[in-house]
Design a protein around this ligand. Sequence first.
Ligand SMILES: Cc1cc2nc3c(=O)[nH]c(=O)nc-3n(C[C@H](O)[C@H](O)[C@H](O)COP(=O)(O)OP(=O)(O)OC[C@H]3O[C@@H](n4cnc5c(N)ncnc54)[C@H](O)[C@@H]3O)c2cc1C
Length: 362
Amino acid sequence: MSTPPLQPTSAAEVQEAVRTHRHLLPRGGGSKPALSRPHEGQTVLDMSGLSGVLEYDPSEYVFVARAGTRLAEVEALLAQHGQYLPFDPPLVAQGATLGGTVAAGLSGPMRQRYGGLRDFILGVQFVDGEGQLVRGGGKVVKNAAGFDLPKLMVGSLGRLGILTEVAFKVFPAPKATATLLVNFPGLEAALEALYRLAGSPIELYALDLQPPGTLVLRLGGLPEALPARLERLQAFLGRGGEPLSGEAETAYWRSLNELNLGEGALVKVALTARRIPALEQALGQAPRRYLSAGHLLYLAWNAELKALDALLQAQGLSGLVLKGATHRPQIGIDLGQAMGHKVTKALDPQGKFAQEPYAAQD
Ligand SMILES: Cc1cc2nc3c(=O)[nH]c(=O)nc-3n(C[C@H](O)[C@H](O)[C@H](O)COP(=O)(O)OP(=O)(O)OC[C@H]3O[C@@H](n4cnc5c(N)ncnc54)[C@H](O)[C@@H]3O)c2cc1C
């Protein structure tokens, strides 16, 4: 029997919960339900009570916040100072939290410009499997503290500990943005343009592929410079495309941030652009979008997840189910991270956060 969720409001209460419960599963905003659905015997730790920005110095481009803080709150605060989270986390409107975003390792299209979540995380505080409060990294950009715990927590899916605080560096937001939707005759031509763009000095905030043949390109910078940069981009591609600006542009990206791609499960797959042609042949009709020059696929899968699991295995890819009915959100190939397993053993020797004992239930 699953027990009712606990709602800690301090790190000390998280420590107490870890000491007194056998199996725990942290839940942030519940925006990725496939990752926060408890298994039999797991107690949910609802982290929404551990919320609030603790430190923010716009002149230092750094903030520290409790892990249950909603991204929407952080983004609103940063926007007051013309700053933003350049890794562009998804699911903001659905209530995603900082901790859940770190644990799931999620970045959005604008990561193309400066990098993904793991390039911006500076420090973490978390409770390990023995109830100890652990700190890793710091809130300064230069940090020689040794083992990189903050980066290990990225994509750790709650296996290593319960995040209680995170520190991030932030960047100035672009003063203005513009988007160009460019249609190509098919996948091959679109990918050829994508490669050329990715290897060019043109600085894009987003370089997405909407299969089969549309590239979605986003520019950012000073408003007076954007029209000429847009023209240069069109000249580089030899195509005019459909420009989007102003409220239409903002609404376009806001809607994509919700990842409402279609019916069924929502799955994220890490890949490289060279894998796209084979994957495209196999995926059929599933609505999908490749972000960040083909490094990340978000996919709506409206059939058995077992079939997608097999498809990804055959392609040598690994996927993460964010929404959808499954007790085993990691599908496709097992990344078999020997180092990861050692770290898990060190931080959670009793297996309080482990998912493995439950895998057989599927
Ligand atoms: C202790 C521990 C154990 C884990 N065990 C597993 C496990 O058994 N199975 C599992 O699927 N995940 C496991 N993970 C999670 C996995 O490491 C992360 O989800 C993944 O590395 C994050 O990838 P991303 O694309 O979400 O990150 P992003 O920051 O979005 O990716 C950064 C870039 O790296 C690329 N990339 C990501 N992962 C790999 C990889 N493994 N090899 C090559 N390129 C990559 C992406 O394509 C992307 O271009 C574990 C994590 C930890 C901390």
